[in-house]
Ligand binder design. Structure first.
Ligand code: NAD
Length: 476
């Protein structure tokens, strides 16, 4: 049984109810989490407020940094333990689960070092005045986290918020909770109430978090539709929000691209985490001149991809849950009904239990730009290819969705690299790479329906603070 973690204590929900936790690799229930309610959120907010007004306020930025660093060290020493939890919760192949735990440690390391480097400015003003700006924490930040990268998103969101001097109330996804990390924080000396975890359904406890008057800022990562609900709830009380929503990110390959570099990155960009990645490169835009040979090469690579239980550590694990599997099947049957050709498909290994939520990676071609496969997030391992002729058409196709999260551009032409980077509407453009190395240090976020505000990197700290202008009149 898993419990809420409020005021550094494991607590049952006042609802008396629990939710089953299912292993996506075999579809079997292996644990229970608390099905919390508004009263539990209220208890977490009270614990956070108490911490903010006492122990946390007394901690200077250097000490706060040291505390975050201790948590980073603890996480680094516990990579196997955390990876095992995440693997079972989310169905991540072993290497991916380990990489996510390493990234979590790295976020706390990065933000540990940033705590005492966040400062304001002095501004020129009228004669006889001195004006300063102070970066102050919002107070209590609320974090609503999805199931696809629970540890990484906890690291970037909670790590940044703590570094900026906030205390946190976290609502993890139903399918993947984060209680162990909060326990570790308590073990390394985080004061009571600095990090509180409350689990349960989004429409119950997530909604209660978004509405609670004691929450001073909300960081939400998830779907655009829930992002709208969060904004509506926050708007009622003018609470600031950072939104990291989905994407339909293009990989744009010109005829002069280094395909030896591009092909593995294109494949990894859609199969990582079984395609359940907000920044998945799910649209492949290819210069007409190399469309056929590139599809042939990718097709052979797709056919070699294998899907199986997380512990088998193959190219892909299962999808998170049956409804997600059904969602991918619905997209693929739409493709079939619309006569969209399938180039190739990987395979699910025989030992994968029938009760698991598996989906073979699929490469489709000639997907019409207005088809829902080219417009909506599948959130599964489905890559949609389409040809283009010339830079203008490449840009038009790249920008032809409601999203604007990431774009990959593959070309050897330096001037074109700059032109493309300028003309694509998205939060990130990767030239001749696709997000290598995790990018803890790099600001990340979207435009259009992909959200607003930035997390990751130093930039995130600005969003987790409010700027106070202080003007002194002292005479000449
Ligand atoms: P989701 O929006 O259904 O859920 C995200 C979180 O919101 C969960 O914790 C859920 O419990 C909670 N929630 C659900 N309804 C709520 C409500 N009414 N009020 C408050 N909270 C509520 O999304 P998901 O299925 O967990 O994740 C997949 C989606 O998230 C995809 O669209 C994906 O692209 C996006 N995503 C984006 C990023 C990014 O950085 N841009 C990262 C990961 C996932």
């Amino acid at each position: 049984m898993q419990y809420n973690f409020i005021a550094n204590i494991s607590q049952v929900s006042s609802s008396g109810l629990t939710l089953a936790v299912v292993d996506p690799s075999d579809g079997q229930v292996f644990d229970q989490i608390q099905r919390s309610n508004a009263a539990d959120i209220d208890a977490a907010v009270r614990a956070a407020r108490q911490c903010l007004d006492t122990a946390w306020r007394q901690l200077d930025a250097v000490e706060r940094g040291r505390l975050l660093m201790r948590l980073s060290v603890k996480i680094s020493a516990s990579v196997e333990e955390l990876a095992a939890i995440e693997q079972r919760d989310c169905g991540k192949p072993t290497r991916q689960a380990r990489a996510d735990a390493v990234a979590l440690a790295r976020y706390f390391e990065f933000y540990a070092g940033a705590c005492d480097k966040l400062h304001g400015d002095t501004l020129p003003y009228l004669e006889g005045y001195s004006v300063l700006t102070w970066r102050e924490p919002h107070g209590i930040t609320g974090h609503v986290i999805p199931w696809n990268y629970p540890m990484q998103i906890f690291g970037r969101s909670v790590g940044g918020a703590l570094a900026a001097g906030n205390v946190c109330v976290v609502k993890p996804a139903e399918d993947a909770s984060l209680i162990r990390v909060a326990q570790m924080a308590a073990e390394v000396g985080f004061p009571t109430g600095a990090i509180n975890i409350v689990t349960g359904y989004g429409h119950e406890v997530g909604d209660a978090l978004a509405r609670h008057p004691g929450i001073d800022h909300i960081s939400f990562t998830g779907s655009p539709s829930v992002g709208t609900l969060i904004q509506q709830a926050a708007a009622e009380r003018h609470c600031p929000v950072t939104l990291e929503l989905g994407g339909k990110s293009p990989q744009i390959v010109f005829a002069d691209a280094d395909l030896d570099a591009a092909v593995p990155a294109i494949i990894n960009g859609i199969v990582q985490n079984a395609g359940q990645t907000c920044s998945a490169g799910s649209r492949l835009l290819v210069d007409q001149a190399i469309y056929e040979p590139l599809l042939e090469r990718l097709g052979a690579a797709f056919e070699a991809l294998r899907v199986g239980p997380a512990s088998s550590d193959l190219d892909l694990g299962p999808l998170i849950r049956q409804s997600q599997q059904q969602r991918v099947w619905d997209f693929l049957s739409d493709a079939h009904a619309g006569n969209i050709p399938m180039v190739a498909q990987g395979s699910v290994v025989e030992e994968a239990p029938q009760s698991g939520f598996y989906q073979a990676p699929t490469l489709l071609r000639d997907v019409p730009v207005n088809h829902r496969l080219a417009q909506e997030e599948v959130f599964g391992p489905v890559l949609c290819a389409m040809p283009f002729q010339g830079e203008d058409q490449a840009v038009a196709l790249a920008n032809a969705t409601q999203f604007g999260l990431v774009a990959g551009v593959w070309t050897a032409d330096g001037a074109r690299q700059f032109r493309m980077a300028r003309r694509i509407r998205s939060g990130q453009v990767f030239i001749n790479n696709y997000g290598a190395g995790g990018g803890v240090e790099l600001p990340f976020g979207g435009v259009k329906s992909s959200g607003y505000g930035r997390e990751k990197g130093f930039e995130a700290l600005l969003g987790f603070t409010t700027l106070k202008t202080v003007a002194f009149r002292h005479g000449s």
